[in-house]
Design a protein around this ligand. Structure first.
Ligand code: FAD
Ligand code: MLT
Ligand code: ZN
Length: 505
C-alpha cells in the first residue's frame, strides 16, 4: 500500500466514524496484544464505529482499498483471533461503541442487541426485566455478544442451555463487500434454505462482521443450588454426572471439574480465596467438618478429613422452577446417593447466593491463576464424556514420559465433555523456553490422543491463528475443502480476518 493510498483511506475512515474514533498513535496494546499475551500485532488503525451503517461504510472503504479487517469485541479470545498481525496493514474494527439493547420482547422470549454489548450488561438487563440470559463465562465483564457469536462460546451453563449458537435466533451482519444482511427475525422456525446464521456463528470474523443479534431468553429460576464436591477420581466424577442427570434431569445447569493442581494455583495466586478441601489452607466457605459450626457456616456432608487427598473436585448446580425447599431436598438426596455409591468423598452445599458465588468464583479463577503462574500451553478439547477418564490416564502417562515434571492443569466443563487439559512448564523451569522448545511436541501428543479418542481439538475457544495449522492436520480434507469454498464465495478478496481459521494461499 502506498503512503498516499494509506493516507486517503485513513481520511475516509475519519470522515465515517469521526477522527477521535480512528486510533493510529499512542499505546494501542489493548487492541494489539491478545489476552494470553501470546502475540503482539501492529494495526494500521483501530477504528471504532457507532452504528451498523458506519460498519458497512468502513468495510466498503477497506474493501475498495484492499485492506483487511480484524473484527474485535472484548479481546478476551484464547486463540489469537482478534488482534492484528505484525504487518501494520490491518484495520482493527472494534465493536465496543455499539452497545445498545435494541429491544426486549417478553412474549417472544427474545432480546435484540448490538454486537458490542458486553455479556454481563446483557445478563443484567435481562435479569432486571425478570428473564434469564444463560450464557455465562468468567470473561463476561469484558467479552461481547459479537465475540461470543464469533467464537460460538460455551461456558458453564452449556449442559442445560447449549452453546451461544443454541441461544441465537437471528443476526445482522455486514458482509465482506459492505452490504447489510438483516436476519434479526427472532423466529424459532425458518426453513428457507441454507442457514446463514449458523454459517456466521463460530466463523471468527472470517466471513463478515456481526453487528446485531437476537438472542433467546428463559424464565429466571426460582431456586438455584450449588455444591462443591470432592471426588476420588475422574471416573467417579463421570459417575456423579450420570447420577446428577438422573436425579436432577433438566434442572442440572452446571457441572465443572477441577484437578487438585489447578485448585492449588488458585490458592497460591489468590490467597484471599478459600478453596474447600485443600490441605494447608482454611476452607473457602467457613465449612464445619469436625468442629462446631460458626455462624453462617456450611456443614460438610461427609466425615471430617474424607476429602483431604481428593484428586478432583466438582462444582455442580441445580436450577429449578419449584420451591427452594423441594429443590434442596432433591439436591441433597443426590449427594447422599453419590456418597453411598462412593463417587463423592465430601461436599458442601451453598446456603446463600453469596456462598454460591464464592464457590463458582473458585472455578472461574483457574484461568487467571494459571495466567499468573506464567505462560502455558492451553488445550480446549472435547471427548465423549464416558471416555474422558481413559483419555486423561493415557495422555498423562505419555506426557510425563516425554516431559518429566511438566505440570498438568486439568479442569473444565465435564458436563459437556470439554476439558482444558493445559500443560505448564515444570516447577522452576523457564516457561518461555518450555513453550519455544516443547509446545509443538506437547501439542502433538495431546492432539494425536484426541484423534485416537475421536474428539475435537477446539471445543469452545475456536481456531484463530494459534490452531490454524492444527486444523489442517486434524480436520478431514473434505470438510476443509467445503470450508475453503464457503470462504471463497463470501470473501473472495480474503480481507475478513485473513490468516485465521483457514490459511488461504
Ligand atoms: P474477541 O476476543 O474480541 O474476538 C474473538 C473472535 O471473534 C475473533 O476472531 C474476532 O475477530 C471475532 N469477533 C469478535 N467480534 C466479532 C463480531 N462482531 N463479528 C464477527 N466476528 C467477531 N470462552 C468460552 O467459550 N468459554 C469459557 O468458559 C471462557 N472463559 C473465559 C475466561 C476468561 C478469564 C477469559 C479471558 C476468556 C474466556 N473465554 C471463554 C474466551 C473468550 O472470552 C470467548 O471466546 C469470548 O466469546 C470472546 O469474546 P470477545 O468479545 O472478547 O471476542
Ligand atoms: C474456562 O473454562 O475457564 C475458559 O474456557 C478459559 C480457559 O480455559 O482458560
Ligand atoms: Zn472453558
Amino acid at each position: 500500500m502506498t503512503t498516499s493510498s494509506r493516507t486517503s483511506l485513513l481520511d475516509q475512515l475519519r470522515q465515517i466514524v469521526g477522527a477521535a474514533n480512528v486510533l493510529t498513535t499512542g499505546d494501542l496494546s489493548a487492541w494489539e496484544l491478545d489476552w494470553r499475551k501470546r502475540e503482539r500485532g501492529r494495526a494500521l488503525a483501530v477504528v471504532r464505529p457507532a452504528s451498523t451503517i458506519e460498519v458497512a461504510t468502513v468495510v466498503k472503504a477497506c474493501a475498495a482499498a484492499g485492506v483487511s479487517i480484524v473484527p474485535q469485541g472484548g479481546n478476551t479470545g484464547m486463540v489469537v483471533g482478534s488482534t492484528p498481525d505484525a504487518s501494520g496493514t490491518q484495520i482493527v474494527l472494534s465493536l465496543l461503541r455499539m452497545n445498545t439493547v435494541r429491544a426486549l420482547d417478553g412474549s417472544n422470549l427474545t432480546i435484540t442487541v448490538d454486537a458490542g454489548c458486553v455479556l454481563q450488561t446483557l445478563q443484567e438487563v435481562c435479569e432486571k426485566a425478570g428473564f434469564l440470559f444463560p450464557l455465562s463465562l468468567a470473561s463476561e465483564g469484558s467479552c461481547t455478544i459479537g465475540g461470543n457469536l464469533g467464537t460460538n462460546a460455551g461456558g458453564t451453563q452449556v449442559v442445560r442451555y447449549g452453546n451461544t449458537r443454541e441461544l441465537c435466533l437471528g443476526l445482522e451482519v455486514v458482509t465482506a463487500q459492505g452490504e447489510i444482511w438483516d436476519g434479526l427475525s427472532g423466529l424459532r422456525k425458518d426453513n428457507t434454505g441454507y442457514d446463514l446464521r449458523h454459517l456466521m456463528i463460530g466463523s471468527e470474523g472470517t466471513l463478515g462482521v456481526i453487528t446485531g443479534a437476537t438472542m433467546k431468553l428463559y424464565p429466571l429460576p426460582v431456586a438455584q443450588l450449588t455444591a462443591f464436591a470432592a471426588v476420588p477420581s475422574l471416573d467417579a466424577a463421570v459417575q456423579l454426572l450420570g447420577l446428577a442427570h438422573q436425579h436432577l434431569s433438566a434442572g442440572l445447569t452446571g457441572f465443572e471439574v477441577m484437578g487438585k493442581f489447578a485448585l492449588s494455583l488458585v490458592t497460591k495466586h489468590f490467597p484471599q480465596q478459600r478453596v474447600p478441601f485443600q490441605e494447608d489452607m482454611a476452607p473457602t466457605l467457613p465449612t464445619t467438618c469436625g468442629s462446631l459450626p460458626p455462624e453462617g457456616a456450611v456443614p460438610c456432608l461427609g466425615r471430617p478429613g474424607a476429602a483431604a487427598d481428593a484428586p478432583y473436585c466438582v462444582v455442580l448446580e441445580n436450577s429449578d422452577q419449584e420451591s427452594e425447599a423441594h429443590a434442596r431436598e432433591r439436591f441433597e438426596r443426590l449427594l447422599e446417593v453419590a456418597m453411598e455409591a462412593g463417587c463423592v468423598l465430601d461436599a458442601v452445599v451453598a446456603e446463600s447466593i453469596t456462598q454460591a458465588r464464592a464457590l463458582w468464583h473458585v472455578r472461574e479463577s483457574i484461568p487467571l491463576a494459571q495466567a499468573q503462574e506464567g505462560l502455558n500451553i492451553k488445550h480446549d478439547i472435547s471427548i465423549a464424556v464416558s471416555r474422558i477418564p481413559e483419555f486423561v490416564r493415557q495422555t498423562d502417562a505419555l506426557l510425563q514420559q516425554a516431559y518429566p515434571g511438566a505440570r498438568l492443569v486439568n479442569y473444565g466443563h465435564l458436563g459437556d465433555g470439554n476439558l482444558h487439559y493445559n500443560v505448564q512448564a515444570p516447577a522452576g523451569a523457564d516457561a518461555e523456553a518450555f513453550l519455544r522448545d516443547d509446545e509443538k511436541g506437547v501439542n502433538a501428543v495431546v492432539y494425536d490422543m484426541v484423534d485416537k479418542f475421536k474428539g475435537s481439538i477446539s471445543a469452545e475457544h475456536g481456531v484463530g491463528s494459534l490452531k490454524r495449522d492444527k486444523l489442517e492436520q486434524h480436520k478431514s480434507p473434505v470438510a476443509l475443502g467445503m470450508m475453503r469454498a464457503i470462504k471463497q464465495a463470501l470473501d473472495p478478496q480474503n480481507t475478513m480476518n485473513p490468516g485465521r481459521v483457514l490459511l488461504i494461499k
